[in-house]
Ligand binder design. Structure first.
Ligand SMILES: CC(C)(COP(=O)(O)OP(=O)(O)OC[C@H]1O[C@@H](n2cnc3c(N)ncnc32)[C@H](O)[C@@H]1OP(=O)(O)O)[C@@H](O)C(=O)NCCC(=O)NCCS
Length: 164
């Protein structure tokens, strides 16, 4: 639970953190506490995938995989790095590790990600970690007064379906 305050302060206040996703589960300290409590409560779910990213003992980011699809054996990844730590390779390093964990250890065959077409840092991290751009939905994301194309990325593991 002690991660809730740094999550609110580092990820929930600066609009640059959710400019391209519109997703801010840390907007207030209470919301950050509920998000951490949910993660703790769901930790025993075999398809809960969430990690804190630490550097020198400090929380600098988080990464997770969401909405596991049993039929397709597929999951979607997303990540955030606090703004003062951007451009140091943290997202690329964490994503590469998570993609290989999900594909090699969890045997998930399709891992997807999306990002707004203007989110250059995200595009570069996704590609450097080994994801491949699979498609674009024109004007599919509207956040506030801005509209962006939505880029879809994919990473295919060699995994077979775990449950069947
Ligand atoms: C997208 C995000 C996770 C990237 O994190 P990061 O740790 O800075 O990424 P990396 O350091 O691994 O950067 C990968 C590349 O992108 C570049 N980059 C990072 N941020 C950039 C930016 N704002 N503008 C241009 N290039 C950027 C890095 O310099 C690096 O370049 P390289 O290819 O020359 O090495 C981070 O900016 C973030 O948390 N943004 C807010 C939340 C978000 O949009 N998440 C993505 C949703 S999928």
């Amino acid at each position: 639970m002690e991660d809730a305050a740094p999550l609110h302060e580092g990820f929930g206040i600066d609009p640059a953190m959710f400019e391209y996703s519109g997703w801010n589960p840390y907007a207030t300290l209470g919301m950050a506490e509920r998000t951490v409590a949910d993660a703790i409560a769901n930790y025993s779910d075999p398809h809960f995938y969430g990690w804190a990213i630490e550097h020198e003992g400090r929380l600098v980011g988080n990464i997770g995989a969401y909405d596991y699809d049993t039929e397709e054996n597929a999951v979607e990844v997303g990540m955030s790095i606090e703004k003062p730590s951007w451009g140091r390779g943290f997202a690329t390093e964490a994503l590469e590790a998570v993609l290989h964990y999900l594909a090699d250890d969890e045997k998930i065959s399709t891992i997807t990600a999306w990002c707004a077409s203007d989110n250059i840092g995200s595009i570069r991290a996704l590609v450097k970690a080994g994801m491949v751009e699979k498609g674009v939905e024109k004007n599919a994301i509207t956040i506030g007064n801005s509209t962006f194309d939505k880029l879809w990325f994919e990473f295919r593991g060699e995994g077979t379906k775990k449950d069947g």
